[in-house]
Design a protein around this ligand. Sequence first.
Ligand code: ADP
Length: 487
Amino acid sequence: MSPGGSRQPMRVLFVANEVAPFAKVGGLADVAGSLPPALAELGVDVSVVMPLHQQVPTDAHGESALDALEVTAPHETRRASVLEAELGDAGVPVYLIRYGPYFDRPEVYGPGGGDYPDSPQRYAFFARAALALIPALGLDPHVIHCHDWPTGLLPAFERLSPTGRPTVYTIHNLGYQGQFDLDVAPRIGIDPASQAMRLVQFEGRINYMAAAIRSATVLSTVSVRYAHEIQTPDFGEGLDGLLRGRAADLYGILNGIDDAQWDPATDPALPAHFSRGAMAGKQVCKAALQREMGLPLDPDVPVVGAITRLVWQKGLDVLAQVLPRAVKLPIQFVLLGTGEPALEDSYRLLARRYPEQMAINIRYDDGLARRIYAGSDIFVMPSRYEPCGLGQMMSMAYGTVPVVQATGGLADTVVEASAEPTGFVFYGLAADDLLFALERAVLAFRDRPRWEKLVARCMAQDFSWTESARRYVDLYETAIARHGCRR
Ligand code: ADP
């Protein structure tokens, strides 16, 4: 892979706040952990940079790469150090910025999924540290690929630098923009009278996402549908005007999943393995899940799974309203998730009311997530909006049929009204429509030959990175080509 048709490999620096398996809060980590190895397979020379969060296990810290990285801002200089670990079989280098005062914290983002009071400083520092790393390690990337609001200032800094490089900025979730009061400007080293301030200020606040949308050479988001949706007032979270202004530079590329990591034929977290054409292990996984969850062992009742952050976006409030009726279909329901305390409480209450039919797990647990993907029959994602969504892809890979609201990546990956359906789709988040979609799924489940075909079709979907990684390479070429024009 070579930039602009030259013979050298394309060099890309990937900058993200969470990268699986080092630290994961949601889907961003899955993408940042699986796209770079897929790019490396295409011949891209890719390195990843992330903060050394407290969550990164000590045995994953790797080797020391730099004892001292001077991170200089107009108002201060701080000294970090850098560790180098590896990602995937290709050994993609992952540079972990070690700076305890900002990143040695119990939560990646902040308490209860919110921000820490000094989040603006933490991520202004991270953006500057990632840029300082380039000369310090002699990386010389052709393109810098940034992800979501914690990296939002980086494209702005590069745009303002006379030696700035092409930047690609990927929006994984427009709902989290990094918005702060204007008076933090001096604390993040931005002079209120400067050009930088004009890039970061949006409607009376500092907005890291807006800064990146204005500044990056090209923009992308994680499904074609979401790329269109975010240009409308309904989904634009106030930034739709800015995004429409950059429509010509905004692309939708569907996320993939790492098909080696998410394979029911080999997943070490499962009590039994299975694959298309050899499905007996799925029944074993279902019985084991029912046992683990304390639910009656019954192969004939469909198990409906949900694995999600418990936040407004995910529509779990509407699901909670529907469940007392849905259990009568009948179904068993298994939830794994954490998030807003009120939602957590409403699910705990449901579990107490329906102990024979609901198992509620309020925690983060990767192994249990895998056993739920494998042991459920149906997977429900009633999201209000969903940029891409990985849960529906993981469930399909594990032979579990998704029930989804038709939005963003869910609409791009699950079809019902088709000669070749892959799940059940409802439109708008009305409780009755969600219930009706669950009812259709349960009816289909009772028709064994039909269900087996549906499950086999789900498992045959190709959600690997191959195609999407190629699209990112094209996007990097586009960024390089347009860089000169935007300067
Ligand atoms: P988002 O990024 O908005 O959280 P996605 O569907 O894109 O949603 O990705 C969610 C990822 O996080 C999936 O890999 C899912 O399995 C995982 N996940 C979410 N909650 C939990 C949890 N409580 N325990 C384990 N894995 C979880």
